[in-house]
Design a protein around this ligand. Sequence first.
Ligand SMILES: N[C@@H](CCC[C@H](N)C(=O)O)C(=O)O
Length: 292
Amino acid sequence: RPMMGAGGSQLAFSKYHGIGNDFILVDNRASRELLLTPAQAERMCDRNFGIGGDGVIFALPGEDGADYAMRIINSDGSEPEMCGNGIRCMAKFVAALEGRATSHTYTISTRAGPIIPALTADGLVAVDMGRPILDGAKVPTTLPADASGRVIGAPLDVAGRRWAVTCVSMGNPHAIVFVDSLDESSLPLSTIGPLFEKHAAFPARTNTEFVKVLSRTHLQMRVWERGAGATLACGTGACALLVAAVLNGLAERRATVSLPGGDLEIEWRESDGKITMTGPAELAYTGHVALD
Ligand SMILES: N[C@@H](CCC[C@H](N)C(=O)O)C(=O)O
């Protein structure tokens, strides 16, 4: 499946990552139409025949008062509602396009609503991720909910094991399970992950976070992402798992989440119910690709 078209038009891109969750960023500010089809985006994400990435992110013109709009295509060509690591990368990308070196706060519209990333003086990006959605019907899942409609520690049989699953949406769906060990021997991710992702209990498929509680302020996770598989990090997943840990009485409302690619600081504020995610976003390289 070669993706480089001989003699075709060229597209400029920038490759960014947020603790190893890597994205191809495209300047789509001149149009509300995506410059690539989902099939082209999927081919670009191919790590052998393309540029390689967990997704393609498009920076579009803002709408409804937002500075910009973000859309993302997963590496399998599907379109999710939000991406936490991606929006940190997008903030750095549009700041570079604007030639902005100083701290700045953007409002970016997404399919999950407006999200507000702030570039901070120390080079990190602190993102107001809004409020988690806890209503099981809206996550969505068919797993049994409690009296308040929340799905907390619901039993689910996958791969011959019974798991206790907590469901949280950050605009995109997450299933969180707490485990004693994240070792590959007890958690073969590429076997178990797809069984969760495509389980009938999750009608929109699901991202799945496997979480080990190191302390009440330090959580470790491995993730199997919907539409992307095993990734080094998932920002919406880190937010969702902190919420799940609080709901299960396992963590404080502010904690460090250690992912395979690095750490994120997550806070779920009691005052307004909103979540802040803070972490890095780095430019890896820029380039041009010939479109097929
Ligand atoms: N890696 C992202 C999430 C990207 C979308 C996800 N694969 C989905 O389909 O919901 C993050 O950092 O949040």
